[in-house]
Write a protein that binds this ligand. Structure first.
Ligand code: SME
Length: 158
């Protein structure tokens, strides 16, 4: 496993994903521990994209509980259907929210967060949590993020 990531500074979003995805594959390949892999995925994404917050919430007893992440401290528990994370879990679909203030029941862990993307995470075909990425900029996420972040979380569906 490589100890240092190669990080692109001057590049398009797509080029950054194309550079970081094989590195994430190398990080999780051969490691069966879920938490170790989620921790490294959060760290690699934070290093490449420097998003405000990136991390995982994991399904535990009918709630989402905070998992490995990078960024400021966050809410620890989210109920099914609540906030963007709880809605993504309940609906089992990716939610792209250009302006969190316009999302009903958005859970504001940090007032600096302005837009968000949340996608379901599966293992052995079963939903085990969500990946949540928050930005301090409005409309920061689009179909490119949806596509590549789904490719990244699919790496742990094994
Ligand atoms: N804003 C999220 C809660 C999690 S934090 O932003 C890290 C939501 O509405 O689900």
């Amino acid at each position: 496993m490589a100890e240092d990531l190669s990080i692109l500074k001057e590049a398009t979003k797509e080029e950054k994903y194309l550079s970081i995805i094989p590195q994430i594959e190398a990080l999780v390949e051969g490691e069966a521990d879920l938490i170790a892999n989620l921790a490294n995925i959060s760290a690699a994404l934070k290093e490449q994209f420097n998003w405000f917050w990136v991390g995982f919430y994991l399904v535990k007893d009918e709630e989402l509980v905070l998992g490995p992440f990078q960024g400021p401290v966050a809410c620890t528990r989210i109920k099914k259907g609540k906030g963007v994370c709880g809605a993504s879990w309940q609906q089992e679909k990716t939610l792209v929210v250009p302006n969190v203030d316009e999302f009903p029941e958005h859970i504001a862990c940090a007032s600096a967060s302005k837009s968000e993307i949340v996608l379901p995470v599966y293992r052995n075909g079963e939903i085990i949590g969500v990946l949540d990425v928050d930005s301090e900029y409005l409309s920061h996420f689009d179909a490119i993020d949806d596509d590549y972040l789904n490719k990244i979380v699919s790496l742990i569906d094994a």
